[in-house]
Design a protein around this ligand. Structure first.
Ligand code: NAP
Length: 324
C-alpha cells in the first residue's frame, strides 16, 4: 500500500484526494519508481477539470516525476534497481509516492541535476526543446513572441531561444512578472493589455511582425497572436490556459500565408531515440547554465489542490514541484 492523489470525478481542485492505493509489482517492460519529486504542469489541470478526458476513474493524475527505481520486470535493461531517473510521459499517474511506468520512458538523471530540478524541467524543458528545434526550428536573427513568458514552459523556452540568437518578445499577466521574464531570456516583456501588445510588437519589429508565436494561452490570445505574425509567419498553438481555441476559419491564414500548428510533446518523444535525444539536449543546456530551471515553490504532494489553485490563479512563475 502507498499514498497517491486520486480523482473520482472531474472538477475543481477539491476533487484531488490523498488516498491509500494498491501498488503492484512491475508487469512486462515496466519499472516501479519511488518518487522523490513530482512536477506540476498545466496538463494536470486539464485532466483534473475534464478538458482532457481520462480513460477511467478513479485516476491518479500527473505526467512528470523523478525518483529511484525500486523494481523492474524481467528483461528490462534500460534501467536497474537503484537508478536515479526522471520522466515526462503518459499515462498519467505521477501524483503518487510510487508508480509503475514503462521502463523505456525513463532516463537517468545526470549527477549535477538534483531530483527537484529534474521534476521541474523534464516536461516543460522537453517541450521547449521540440518547440524550438522541431516544430519551428528557430534561426539566429528571428524574432519570436512567447505568451506566459514567466511561466514554467515560458521561462525555459525564452532562455533557450535567446541562447540560439533569437530576439524574444514575451507577454506576462502582471507587472510583477515583467522582471522574471526579462531575467529569463526576454528582450521585451509586454503586458497582454487586452491585445494592446500587438501595437507594441509592430513598433519593435518596425511593422514586420514576428516570425513565430508560441502560444500556450489559447482562446484569449489566439486572434492577437495571428495579428502579431509576419508574412509567412508560424503560429504554434500548444496549449490553452485561458480556454480552448474556437474552431478556426482556414481562410484567415491566407492574409499572411501563415502556418498554424497544434503540436503535442508526447508525439515528438514517442520513440525511445527521440526521447533520449530531447532529454540529452535539455540536460546539456541546463548543465552548461544556458537554461536555469527556476523552482518557484515546492509543496507537499498531499496538498496538490493548493498548488493547482495557485497555478490556475496565475500566481506562480517558473516551475512548482510536489514533494511526496
Ligand atoms: N502541447 C504540448 O506539448 C505542451 C507541453 C507542455 C505544456 N503545454 C502547455 O503550455 C502551457 C504552459 O504550461 P505550464 O505548465 O508551463 O504553465 P504555466 O505557464 O507555468 O502557467 C500558466 C500561465 O498561463 C498564463 N495564463 C494566461 N491566461 C490564463 C488564464 N486565464 N488562466 C490561467 N493562466 C493563464 C499565466 O501567466 P500570465 O499571468 O503571465 O499570463 C499562468 O501563469 C499550457 O497551456 C500547457 O498546456 C503544452
Amino acid at each position: 500500500m502507498s499514498k497517491a492523489v486520486r480523482i473520482h470525478e472531474t472538477g475543481g481542485p477539491e476533487v484531488l484526494k490523498w488516498e491509500d492505493v494498491e501498488t503492484e509489482g512491475p508487469g512486462s517492460g515496466e519499472a516501479l519508481v519511488r518518487h522523490t519529486a513530482v512536477g506540476l504542469n498545466y496538463i494536470d489541470v486539464y485532466h483534473r477539470s475534464g478538458l482532457y478526458p481520462l480513460p477511467a476513474l478513479p485516476a491518479v493524475i500527473g505526467m512528470e516525476g523523478a525518483g529511484i527505481v525500486e523494481a523492474v520486470s524481467e528483461g528490462v535493461e534500460k534501467v536497474a534497481v537503484g537508478d536515479r531517473v526522471a520522466y515526462a510521459a503518459p499515462p498519467p499517474g505521477a501524483y503518487a509516492e510510487k508508480r509503475l511506468i514503462s521502463a523505456d520512458r525513463l532516463v537517468a538523471v545526470p549527477e549535477g541535476i538534483d531530483d527537484v530540478t529534474a521534476a521541474a524541467m523534464m516536461l516543460k524543458g522537453m517541450t521547449a526543446q521540440y518547440l524550438l528545434r522541431c516544430t519551428h526550428p528557430v534561426k539566429s536573427g528571428e524574432t519570436i513572441l512567447v505568451h506566459a513568458a514567466a511561466g514554467g514552459v515560458g521561462m525555459i523556452l525564452c532562455q533557450w531561444a535567446s541562447h540560439l540568437g533569437v530576439r524574444v518578445i514575451g507577454t506576462v499577466g502582471s507587472e510583477a512578472k515583467v522582471e522574471h521574464a526579462k531575467t529569463h531570456g526576454c528582450d521585451y516583456a509586454l503586458l497582454y493589455d487586452d491585445g494592446g501588445y500587438v501595437n507594441e510588437i509592430e513598433v519593435i519589429t518596425e511593422g514586420r511582425g514576428v516570425d513565430v508565436v508560441y502560444d500556450g494561452v489559447g482562446s484569449e490570445t489566439f486572434d492577437s497572436s495571428l495579428e502579431s505574425l509576419s508574412m509567412l509567419g508560424h503560429l504554434v498553438s500548444f496549449g490553452q490556459t485561458s480556454g480552448p481555441v474556437e474552431p478556426v476559419e482556414l481562410g484567415l491564414l491566407s492574409a499572411k500565408s501563415a502556418t498554424l500548428t497544434r503540436p503535442v510533446l508526447f508525439h515528438y518523444t514517442e520513440s525511445r531515440g527521440d526521447l533520449v535525444a530531447a532529454a540529452n539536449e535539455l540536460f546539456d543546456v541546463v548543465g552548461r547554465g544556458v537554461v536555469r530551471i527556476e523552482v518557484s515553490g515546492t509543496c507537499p504532494l498531499a496538498d496538490a489542490a493548493e498548488a493547482h489553485r495557485d497555478l490556475e490563479s496565475r500566481l506562480t512563475t517558473g516551475s512548482t514541484v510536489l514533494i511526496p
